[in-house]
Design a protein around this ligand. Structure first.
Ligand SMILES: NC(=O)c1ccc[n+]([C@@H]2O[C@H](COP(=O)([O-])OP(=O)(O)OC[C@H]3O[C@@H](n4cnc5c(N)ncnc54)[C@H](O)[C@@H]3O)[C@@H](O)[C@H]2O)c1
Length: 309
């Protein structure tokens, strides 16, 4: 299969692309390389990989790339509320505008997979299923909710990912588990606010498996939303900090006076993903262990923090 992956040089993309190649697919990555191409260096010599440095806002490039693909995986985005706050119009144009363009180019025989996010649930009491009304609070979550609607309208499968963790070739240290583990190693102390807020997590390699599943099972996932995560990985922020502290001692301070701007506090049901055959292979403890080991070799000055999202 020829698979177009927009944003394929990013945190999730640089884990996904090698898996697609190992499964025999031909992969075209379309990415503006906001964080460089380093994440794809190990696979760049692969004869079935083409890297196109381009912007998803460029309609003619997108049309050309989509027309040659059997499957389109749309990962390109301005990711996270801080990055979207810094540049709201870019976030709108990339997250929503490009989705609109891609949706208008795909034809009925093509597979379309959209990277959505559990952030669009906002603050919800009780378990969120795919039927729970969404309540996106931040500009990031609003753009992702809008993009999801557009992609579903064109028969796409929308994957509402949990917050990812773990080591990826293009590393991100702004994600909660990765961030706390990095601070535990480098600062030796972490201040946590909203410690009781419930969040939901998944290892980046399991997220890549979810994309593969959506491609393989597109006939039943087309036009549908699927929460991507695992019931065993719904945790409070405090539980995450405690797991890290079990493995690496650090000073934990709680500050109840601050809240997250996106007010996320929700418990997600992953029943549908489980029915489709997706459960997490990597536990929180394993993911924390790998990030702690990698963090020792990372510096604060590394580019992993630039564009934090
Ligand atoms: N990482 C998570 O925890 C998480 C959780 C839920 C959803 N998601 C979604 O998964 C997708 C991938 O996220 P990620 O963590 O890999 O983020 P990332 O920031 O590492 O990757 C995004 C990629 O998109 C590219 N990009 C940005 N603007 C572009 C443009 N105008 N044209 C072309 N490429 C552009 C960037 O260069 C980058 O390589 C996003 O759609 C995100 O919303 C991620």
């Amino acid at each position: 299969m020829r698979v177009l992956v927009t944003g394929g040089a990013g945190y999730l993309g640089s884990t996904l692309v090698p898996v697609l190649l190992s499964r025999g697919h031909r992969v075209l990555v379309l990415d503006s390389l906001l964080f460089g191409a380093k994440g794809l260096l190990p696979v760049l010599p692969h004869p079935h990989l083409e890297l196109l440095e381009a912007d998803v806002r460029d309609e003619s490039v997108v049309r050309g790339a989509v027309s040659g693909a059997d499957a389109v995986v749309n990962l390109a985005a301005i990711v996270g509320y801080p990055a979207c706050l810094r540049s709201p119009s870019d976030a709108e144009a990339v997250n929503v505008g490009a989705a609109r363009c891609i949706a208008s180019c795909v034809s009925s025989g093509q597979i379309l997979v959209q990277a959505s996010t559990g952030s669009i649930y906002g603050k919800v009491s009780g378990p969120c299923t795919e039927e729970t009304p969404t309540s996106p609070r931040t500009h990031y979550a609003k753009t992702k909710a809008e993009a999801e609607k557009i992609m579903l309208g064109s028969g796409g499968a929308s994957l509402r990912f949990a917050t990812l963790f773990g080591v990826s070739p293009r590393m991100r240290l702004d994600l909660l588990v990765n961030n706390l583990a990095f601070e535990a190693v480098h600062a030796g102390s972490v201040t946590l606010f909203q410690p009781g807020a419930l969040r939901t997590f998944l290892h980046v390699s399991d997220a890549a498996r979810a994309v593969i599943m959506a491609i393989d099972r597109f006939e039943i996932m087309s036009g549908r939303v699927c929460n991507i995560g695992d019931d065993a990985l719904n945790h409070t922020k405090l539980e995450i900090a405690e797991e890290i502290r079990r493995q690496r001692n650090f000073r934990l301070q709680i500050d109840d006076s601050c809240t997250d701007p996106d007010e996320r506090d929700y418990h997600v049901s992953y029943r549908y993903a489980r029915e489709l055959g997706l459960t997490a292979k990597v536990t929180l403890a394993q993911g924390v262990e790998e990030v702690l080991r990698a963090a020792s070799f990372m510096q604060k000055s590394d580019t992993y923090r630039i564009g934090d999202a």
